[in-house]
Design a binder for this molecule. Sequence first.
Ligand SMILES: [Fe+2]
Length: 483
Amino acid sequence: MKISVRTTGLPLCRAATLPARAVRLMSTASHVPSGSSSPMAMMPPRFNAQAAQTTRLRVQQQHPSPPRLAASSTQHVTSSQPTSTTTTKAEPLPTGPTMPPGYTATTASLPTFTIPPVVTPSPSNLLLAQSIIAAFRRDGIIQIAQSPLQQKLCAEAMAASKRFFALPPEKKAACVDDRSYGGYIASGEEVTDGIADYSEIFTITRDHDVDDPRVRARWPCHGPVPWPDVGMREVMMRYKAELGEEGKRLVRLVEMGLGVEEGELGRWIGDGAEGQRQGGGGWHHARVLRFPPRNGTNGKGKEGRGIGSHTDYGLLVISAQDEVGGLFIRRPSREEKFANWERSAAGLREEEGGWVFVPPVGGTHTVILGDMMQYLTRNYLTATPHKVGLNTRERFAFAYFHEPSFQAVLKPLSGGVIPKPTEEESKNDEGVHYGTHFTNMFIRNYPDRITTKRLLAEGRYGLLEREELRTIGAVPAVDESSV
Ligand SMILES: [Fe+2]
């Protein structure tokens, strides 16, 4: 069978009217030749005759498709399971996403879920939740439709991102803070598996005021975000807050899909009344990303690599990307075992086969899973290895990380479909302190940043052992003499 995945090539954030019906496209849709010397590798999958290979087309009525994901032939079913196949013909379009040259991967055609504004325990939401869990276990990634508000906020954030990255280098370089890891990361500064990445990033951390007791008590990673201006702050924080609400809904759906009690997962985030009262809540953060064109780099990293293979740290990562294309993921596999909180998974199978290119689809976010979701579910769900390739054009993306509380000492969930622990696991499971895991990851990725140097020089790392840093919602007593 041949298939056409029709997209307009418009930026993902651009507002559009969603169609009422749903199209579910599941497969490894195309095998694009690798090697920058191959002219085929430079072409969008739909221009490539080999890109239209055997594919299963599934149609799902209850989860509308994004505006630009369409096929010329569809069937409607109500089950999330494949029930039919069909054949469509490739239809070339004038512009659109391209797999970065020099990469070998299949191309994903993902189902798109629509998340309800309020997640009630209705039968349809339970079915949706179970379908989402099945998709995570099968694909390692899901695609969700953006609401009109999210489309607007995403477009504004992308515009603000382009304004920021267009600033002179010295203005961007001034946006750093030696307490938090918030702010600017220059191309070549981030290190993954010992190799510099070409990504240029603005990180939005929790943005604590300098008078916050946790900042005054010198807690690792706690501090302000060094914004370039209030305009960028206002736009980015509105988008981040909206994705935080989406994250809450997804957490609830994951609980339902796993069959665990309500709040079993959410309690590690500190979203409860007490956590909020104490200024708790998840260590949610975001990253504004720019990737230079492949031929426009500064020579610090590996040719063609935007970000090396890695897993993210927390629970869920909700991302938007523009129309250029560059994200690759690996599907869950029993043969590929890793636990990034115990031993670094950075660089995992980066040069091997088995990667899946995630083409941009307008009007959607993608969601992948982080290390702590894997730990909490005893590997029932696994963190999604991913990497970014540089394309022939510069590329912009936004990633929101929905995380546990910095102070959480997580223990695996129980009930529902969560595997039972072995006797050995029960004895040895001391839990994972998310704040330590996060700090370890940022120290590893930014060894030369002033934040890392100050953290180590002042012995802040040792504070991570303190009881107050391991109790969700606890606030330190500030030693005024140390301020
Ligand atoms: Fe990542």
